[in-house]
Design a protein around this ligand. Structure first.
Ligand SMILES: CC(C)(COP(=O)(O)OP(=O)(O)OC[C@H]1O[C@@H](n2cnc3c(N)ncnc32)[C@H](O)[C@@H]1OP(=O)(O)O)[C@@H](O)C(=O)NCCC(=O)NCCS
Length: 135
């Protein structure tokens, strides 16, 4: 396996992204997803030969806030440390820039993965908030 900090190709990323089912909600084309990736502050891609098998990215102002997104490992390779490798790289980038605040969204069944890396759930009196389908 090897890793790269370059944005993966639209085809490579789309194939990995489709394994998550998230695009049922977002309905994004390959090219739209690529634009989103290109606008990231930092991304890390893990390849097995030429196949993208792991990915994660950060959108950030580079100093105060960072949001970790799209941490994905190919289902058949999950449980072998690739997700942790991706997260370690993303966190190292934040640390390098001393980004003060790092946030992410976790599915309920993935919280343990992030807790092992040092993340904690937000307090009840300071919930995360969102607005969906507002357009
Ligand atoms: C979540 C995900 C990225 C984890 O990647 P992975 O490569 O399978 O995880 P790793 O093998 O690196 O696991 C690292 C550690 O976290 C633990 N872990 C992994 N998934 C976990 C989970 N769902 N709950 C609790 N612990 C978990 C592992 O047991 C391992 O523990 P260890 O260091 O004590 O051995 C992967 O399951 C995935 O891509 N899922 C689909 C997409 C997704 O849901 N992404 C997260 C969005 S919230």
């Amino acid at each position: 396996m090897k890793y790269s900090e370059k944005t993966p190709s639209p085809d490579n990323f789309f194939e990995l992204f489709e394994t998550t089912g998230w695009n049922k909600k977002y309905e994004l084309s390959k090219d739209q997803l690529y634009v989103a990736l290109k606008n990231s502050w930092y991304s890390i891609s893990v390849y097995y030969d030429v196949k993208l098998v792991g990915f994660g990215r950060i959108i950030s102002d580079g100093l105060v806030h960072a949001l970790i997104l799209d941490v994905i490992v190919l289902p058949e390779l999950q449980g072998h440390g690739i997700g942790k490798f991706v997260m370690d790289k993303l966190l190292a980038k934040c640390k390098q820039h001393k980004v003060r605040d790092i946030q992410l969204f976790s599915a309920r069944d993935k919280a343990g993965f992030y807790e092992k890396l040092g993340f904690s759930k937000r307090k009840e009196d300071a919930p995360g908030m969102e607005m969906e389908k507002y357009w």
